[in-house]
Write a protein that binds this ligand. Structure first.
Ligand code: PAF
Length: 277
């Protein structure tokens, strides 16, 4: 049995494999090739791979978004197993957050800006659920995608404090053939907005090229990116900033830095980022 729905069943499985290493890929389902790649990487890290599927109400600002979030457990289960998962853990709401649950976490200050500012309460929900899942799964390694760059940084901080033995590993963003970062939100783009979304990888590629040619001034790189993104009238940029890769503080010199981007296209919020060596 590789699909587990209850914590008691999961606990029993975990006790049985106590002497093996476990890599954990937490997800909210709606798996795409980005997740498949994380699961395949997880299989290289440890003896066993656990994938969780849990749509976490705490991290949604809008109750409607939570209700409308795509759910297809069977197809996520099949995809997880065929890409390397040993266990798919799809717990019930009351198992993760029982009625007496009162351990709501506050994320570190890395959560204050960018996603944290535009989605109040989001990271509190993320660190609370990830902490809870770590308590249940007890992994040796936890795997995340770099597309959610700030999320990984915030989880790393939480983990350093509350789960110092768990190693957080992040893997590169997986992109479609036109460069758009894979995301479950891409499915909400219609044909026209899907084409318009290509402006994001185009802007990031232009910045990568400029940077490779020796341009390190953040304001020049940011202005160029904004100019390219501005050529697509439907694109509403929420933030575009170059930050130091660990502190997420804006920097004037783009070295060891990350460009963080969020924008809304036809009502669909998209994020992406670019590492600048
Ligand atoms: O990145 C996600 O899918 C979610 O934020 C996570 C980490 C599974 C927590 O619900």
């Amino acid at each position: 049995m590789t699909l587990i729905h209850s914590t008691s069943e999961f606990d029993a499985w975990r006790k049985n494999v106590a002497n093996q290493t476990v890599a954990f890929v937490p997800t909210m389902g709606a798996l795409h090739r980005g997740h498949h790649s994380l699961i395949a990487q997880a299989a290289k890290e440890c003896d066993l791979v656990v994938v969780s599927i849990f749509v976490n109400a705490l991290q949604f600002g809008d109750a409607n978004d939570y209700i409308k979030y795509p759910r297809d457990e069977q197809s996520d289960y099949q995809a997880s197993v065929s890409t390397g998962a040993n266990i798919v853990f799809a717990p019930q709401q009351q198992d993760v957050f029982p009625a007496d649950f009162d351990c709501y976490l506050t994320p570190s200050s890395l959560a204050n800006d960018f996603e944290g500012k535009h989605r109040p309460g989001h990271f509190a929900g993320v660190v609370t659920v990830v902490h809870r899942l770590f308590e249940i799964v007890q992994p040796d390694v936890a795997i995340f995608g770099t597309k959610d760059y700030q999320q990984v940084a915030v989880i790393r901080d939480m983990c350093g404090e509350l789960h110092p033995t768990i190693r957080i590993v992040s893997f590169e963003t997986v992109r479609d053939s036109d460069g758009l970062a894979l995301s479950s939100r891409n499915a909400r783009l219609n044909t026209a907005s899907r084409l318009q979304a290509q402006i994001i990888p185009r802007a990031l590629q232009a910045i990568a090229n400029l940077h490779a040619q020796g341009q390190n001034h953040s304001h020049v790189l940011i202005n160029e990116a904004l100019k390219i993104l501005g050529s697509e009238p439907s694109m509403h940029v929420e933030y575009l900033e170059i930050v130091q890769k660990d502190t997420l503080e804006p920097v004037d010199e783009a070295r060891n830095a990350v460009l963080l981007f969020a924008g809304v296209l036809d009502g669909v919020r998209l994020i992406d980022n670019l590492f600048l060596q």
